[in-house]
Design a protein around this ligand. Sequence first.
Ligand code: R5P
Length: 264
Amino acid sequence: MDWGMKNRMGRIFKQDGRTVMLAVDHGYFLGAVSRLEEPRRTIEPLIPYADSLMITRGVLRNCIDAKYNIPIVLRVSGGNSILDEDLSNEGLTVSLQDALRLNACAVALSIYVGSPHEHQTLVNLAHLINEAENYGIPVLAVTAVGKELEKRDAKYLSLSCRIAAELGAHIVKTYYCEDFDKVVKSCPVPLVIAGGPKMKSELDVLGIAYNAIASGARGVDMGRNIWQSKWPVAMISAIRSIVHEGASIGKATHLFENLKAKKK
Ligand code: R5P
């Protein structure tokens, strides 16, 4: 690996090889999603607890001060919206020059395997990697499943993750599922998990974070289950304890409850 690529990967994945990415890029197709209506208000208090921010260029430029020394994972695909039945019609929306101008540490793009625009999104990924390799920028492939969340089983996710890795993605983001170790084992690059829509309880979220790490995931790239919580700092802190300190679900829940009592 070239020095630049190694350095950027090392900024995202900490000394223990793991990472807590904070995903706040949802507006690129969901608009002003609940609790992210005013991005600065939601994001700023969480910055000290995140290892990187996954974000769009518009929110980065307008809502995040450049003084923060947090690695940026820049969302560079889009062109769809929640109003469309088919979410898979994405293209590249940001040039690599602009990503570099924003000092992005990595760029992120969604692929939709098994969707009407599978080919287009996979070729988008390949083209982005070709470009990004020229500058030593890691590419994070998001194995998006659109609205059909029932597709989230190990067979499907393993297929999507493996294809992303075969095309050259440096990091793959996917969803947690049963038999997650099979997804991890068949993907030769670091895997991080998304959280998906807000779950019923904090315990459920801590449970998937714990199980994913125990199965070999290298971290999380979570959004809604952190910042849609009434206690976002408590949530991200509890998740950090699982990812970076090897906390059990019980220990992480205890930390969450403690911080919640302090209204964090
Ligand atoms: C899609 O909106 C984005 O790629 C999100 O970054 C991703 O889904 C992770 O966020 P969440 O944990 O809210 O699913």
